[in-house]
Design a protein around this ligand. Structure first.
Ligand code: ADP
Length: 557
């Protein structure tokens, strides 16, 4: 009997009537972490009740707390009544059960978070449509009135319309930024990861901000300094978006006579302010200004949403306080960061950090590689339409850059951004709305579509007339449409990569057809303007009724 007890896997101790241990087997020695001599003669240390099975915590000198399951039976020991206590180590079982409960709690929390993120995403998709559509309509109608479709305007009316348009554009910018931020937070903003050369995005951003800097009398280097040939891993459109934001801020917060510059390069020792993962080499884009600077107590918060540092004389009314927030989140989505150093009165240095590319891109320029952080879900035409609405600014930036660099379009280099884009945003908003309407109506002819086509024709004609006033040739206008088609295709393909190819292809086919018609309308507008140049009376716009166009600027009426 004794040899059986000695070999048992359960700990066995025999305790006399006074609670003193009289016997302990090797398993009990192990469980308590004490040898037999230490155990025998000492107090068991916890109460035991015959017949009951309980759990106790035993403190083991080497292994910490051990949970043991206890069973107690009456026995006789050396002729006196005693208790036999068997102890089974159930620590692993307990831990496994606790882990299981923890996992279950985490599963429930995750399911709850996913449900709420799904609800948030749906809300966002709805809001982006509900907010942007009427706003585009407000701006679109203001532009139509400005075009004279409802009759000639007085100077006062023109001035008031321009204020509606400016405020509308400002509000649209704000709505887009709020939606961008919300999309990032819901994990729905797309960032595609490719390999690109620093110079491309840097020079593109510089050229877009240059005019503004010149107007303010700021010394502004037109090309990026440092190493323009470094390659980074990231999304070229987003990098340009961040740099435009940083450069615009630099110009905004720098006084006349100050200096703004952008420098690129690589380093294996990034600034300590940047929160970066492990990476052997980093590419940096550094925007420096000699502006007002940021007080040290405000530095930690400028990346928070809606923060604008109040600095008395410099507080400008434009801006949302979201640019830096979005820029930093985009930088982090691409695996990098955005950091800042600044001194009041001396200026600020904002640095965008991105992982350096180990391989160079193909001849195509920016090579797409497999990683993709959450693409917007384009399921049908209307999603392609939404994409057009959402990416209008990206398309415009790409378009204006290409127009400025195109020899077939003379006199474009000196034009301001607003002169260059002219009515293109309204036109694009209408194209996006058209795709949504086509899906809504199942492609059936509808007044919505006819009205939309009317507006596109009108806007395109006026666009042609404006180009004639700028002295453009027919060839230049045709080239502009070619570039617009290419940019539209590029942006849609780029931002809708993980979605139904068929919908994208179909959407693009419809858009290209619309562009062909637009091109012809613009050419007509350009020719008419030429003919009318000597005839002031011919400048009076066609007397179409704006009421007939009601509900057509808004894609869903
Ligand atoms: P905003 O739309 O107001 O420019 P941002 O998020 O881009 O929003 O910037 C937040 C705030 O950070 C700005 O309002 C300004 O107070 C401060 N800031 C940003 N860039 C600079 C800069 N280059 N110089 C001085 N202050 C800056």
């Amino acid at each position: 009997m004794r040899s059986i007890v000695e070999r048992l896997a359960d700990g066995i101790v025999i305790v006399d009537a006074t609670g003193v241990i009289r016997f302990a087997n090797p398993a009990a020695e192990q469980l308590f972490g004490r040898n037999r001599d230490q155990l025998v003669g000492s107090q068991l240390g916890f109460p035991v009740v015959v017949g009951e099975s309980t759990e106790v915590e035993v403190v083991h000198p080497g292994h910490g707390a051990i949970t043991a399951e206890l069973r107690v039976v009456d026995v006789e020991w050396a002729g006196a009544p005693a208790l036999l206590v068997s102890l089974r180590d159930i620590t692993h079982r307990k831990r496994a059960a606790e882990r299981e409960r923890q996992l279950e709690r985490e599963r429930a929390a995750r399911a709850e978070a996913e449900a709420s993120s799904q609800a948030k995403s749906e809300f966002l998709a709805m809001m982006s449509h509900e907010l942007r559509t009427p706003l585009n309509a407000v701006i679109g109608y203001a532009e139509l009135l400005d075009l004279g479709v409802a009759g000639a305007l007085t100077n006062e009316q023109r001035h008031q319309l321009s204020r509606i348009r400016t405020s509308g554009r400002h509000l649209l910018g704000l709505v887009n930024e709020v939606l961008d931020l919300a999309k990032i937070e819901a994990g729905r903003l797309s960032v595609s990861i490719g390999v690109a050369r620093t110079r491309e995005a840097a020079d593109a951003a510089l050229s877009l901000v240059q005019t503004h800097a010149d107007e303010k009398g700021i010394r502004f280097a037109a090309n990026c300094l440092g190493d323009g040939d470094a390659f980074y891993v990231g999304d070229e459109d987003r990098v340009r978006q961040i740099l435009i934001n940083l450069l615009s801020n630099a110009v905004k917060f720098t006084e006349r006579g100050g200096q703004v510059a952008l420098e690129c390069g690589t380093t294996n020792e990034p600034d300590v302010e940047a929160r970066l993962p492990e990476c052997p080499k980093w590419v940096y884009f550094q925007v420096r200004d000699t502006g007002i600077g940021i007080p040290p107590e405000h530095l930690p918060v400028i990346f928070d949403p809606f923060v604008q540092v109040e600095t008395g004389h410099t507080r400008s009314t434009d801006g949302s306080g979201l640019g830096l927030t979005i820029s930093r989140r985009l930088a982090r989505l691409m695996g990098g960061d955005l950091s800042v150093r600044s001194a009041v009165g001396a200026g600020s240095v904002f640095t965008l950090w991105l992982p350096a590319a180990t391989a160079q891109p193909t001849a195509e320029g920016s090579e797409r590689i497999e990683r993709k952080v959450d693409a917007p879900q384009v399921r049908g035409l209307s999603e392609v339409g939404e994409l057009v609405l959402h990416e209008i600014e990206t398309i415009l930036e790409g378009l204006t850059l290409r127009i400025r660099g195109d020899d077939r379009i003379p006199k474009a280099k000196t034009l301001r951004f607003s002169q260059l884009v002219d009515h293109v945003p309204t036109y694009l908003a209408n194209l996006g709305g058209m795709l949504i309407a086509i899906e809504d109506t199942g492609g059936q002819p509808s007044s919505l579509l006819t009205d939309g086509a009317d507006i596109q024709r009108l806007v395109a004609e006026r666009h042609g007339a404006q180009r004639a006033r700028l002295g453009w040739s027919e060839e230049a206008v045709r080239q502009e449409y070619r570039l617009l088609g290419e940019e539209l295709t590029r942006v849609i393909r780029r931002h809708a990569r993980a979605v139904s190819q068929a919908a994208v292809d179909e959407g693009l086919t419809i858009l290209m057809r619309a562009l062909e018609q637009g091109e012809e309308s613009s050419i007509r507008g350009l020719q008419r303007m030429r003919l009318a140049e000597n005839d002031e009376a011919a400048r009076v716009p066609p007397n179409s009724s704006i009421a007939a166009l009601d509900a057509s600027v808004s894609p869903r009426g």
